[in-house]
Design a protein around this ligand. Structure first.
Ligand SMILES: Cc1ncc(COP(=O)(O)O)c(C=O)c1O
Length: 400
């Protein structure tokens, strides 16, 4: 007889982005020309100056376990970055380096949540937040947002969610956002911080897309709003997106000592330290940044404009212009209500689009929003053109 799985794992579904990428790869291997808008990672290679540092670390035999929280020179480099970019002073002892921002968030949730504590999650959300909440034995509480409000939580909705949740303990805030590309302004963050401080809610501020903002938009860390806000915030960030280092696996958390300490103990008995070579490469990535990082941002910016302009030309597609990250999440509800082939959900739409027009994208239901789809523009201009043209043709075909 097969061993019965835990109740916990029964609640956890596979990541839709990873399963979609696997399907698109399978089709490609079968010789099909698939345009994949499902990907959540830069299509650029890791910059040369970072790779050189990794080679050097291997040659110097820097290959053993390191301190669980990360080597001191890396935590110093992160502290310097937090001061340089965010005006925030953290001691290296209040920084925990983990194998990816994903691991950072789970460590923090396990460190602060007791069974049945509630974690406030604005919708749309990154797919991982609810599952990590469940893994920490806590309960997700969703806060709805509207496209007309730029998919950002409104103060009243936040206060109501707190009032209705007697065990509310954490708010997970993600700016710039995956999947919408929304970026919170300083004024908006001030109000959110004030509510969280007043109600003693810990903010996990996922700032992984911090560097990828466009136009004249500035990223603001909610921890920089006030000392009280800083005391109620754990910043989570990493190198995956801005430095094109997704496969190297390094993220970090910075926050109040007792929380970082506890999260470190969790890590000590799970993954332990991050790969030693990655750590050395990241010291160089942060301390010796060259213009390759800014060049990638500028390229994403061009692609965002190009893709957004193409999408805006399609009748009955409603789209909010993203200000950051590398995603666009248009609303295609009109086509779900007005098509002649019986498509009713965005998930079914995505299946058919991949099958018939060989374009892969993730349905918005995975992020908590029905009637929408998520495009990633971490893709070449040529592919953006080809893929959005196919998407447009598919919409025309099903609705005419
Ligand atoms: C919002 C958000 N946070 C965190 C991560 C995870 O980043 P990492 O590669 O550092 O684990 C991602 C990756 O897709 C993300 O979109």
């Amino acid at each position: 007889m097969a061993i019965k799985l835990s109740n916990r794992t029964k609640l956890i579904k596979p990541s839709p982005t990873l399963s979609l990428s696997a399907k698109a790869t399978q089709m490609r291997q079968a010789g099909i020309d698939v345009v994949n808008f499902g990907v959540g990672e830069p299509d650029f290679n890791t910059p040369e100056y970072i790779k050189a540092a990794a080679h050097k670390a291997i040659d110097a035999n820097f290959t053993r376990y390191t301190a669980n929280a990360g080597i001191i020179e890396l935590r110093e480099a992160i502290a310097a970055k937090l001061m340089r970019d965010n005006g925030l002073s953290y001691s290296p002892k209040d920084i925990l380096v983990s194998p990816g921002a994903k691991a950072s968030i789970l460590n923090i949730l396990i460190a602060v949540c007791d069974t049945d504590d509630q974690v406030l999650i604005p919708v749309p959300y990154w797919v991982t937040y609810p599952y990590q909440t469940l893994m920490a034995d806590a309960v997700p509480v969703y806060i709805q947002t509207e496209v007309s409000e730029g998919y950002k939580i409104q103060p009243q909705a936040l206060q109501e969610a707190i009032d209705d949740s007697p065990c509310a303990k954490v708010l997970i805030l993600n700016s710039p956002s995956n999947p919408t590309g929304a970026v919170y302004s300083r004024e908006e963050l001030e109000t959110i911080a004030e509510i969280c401080v007043k109600n003693d809610i810990l903010i996990i501020s996922d700032e992984i897309y911090e560097r990828l903002v466009y136009d004249d938009v500035k990223h603001v860390s909610i921890a920089s709003i006030s000392q009280e806000a800083k005391d109620h915030t754990v910043i989570v960030n990493g190198v995956s997106k801005a430095y094109a280092m997704t496969g190297w696996r390094l993220g970090y958390a910075a926050g109040p000592s007792h929380i970082i300490n506890a999260a470190g103990r969790v890590q000590e008995h799970t993954t332990s330290c991050v790969n030693s070579i990655t750590q050395k490469a990241c010291v160089t990535a942060l301390n010796d940044e060259d213009d390759s990082i800014e060049n990638m941002r500028k390229e994403f910016w061009k692609r965002r404009d190009y893709m957004y302009d193409m999408l805006m030309k399609i009748p009955n597609v409603v789209c909010k212009k993203p200000q950051g990250a590398f995603y666009i999440m248009p609303d295609i509800s009109w086509y779900l209500a007005n098509n002649k082939i019986g498509i009713k959900t965005a998930a079914h739409f995505c299946d058919q689009l991949l099958e018939k027009y060989h374009v892969a994208m993730v349905d918005g239901g995975s992020f908590g929003v029905k009637g929408t789809v998520r495009f990633s523009y971490a893709n070449s201009m040529e592919n953006i053109n080809k893929g959005v043209t196919r998407f447009t043709e598919f919409l025309k075909e099903i609705s005419s």
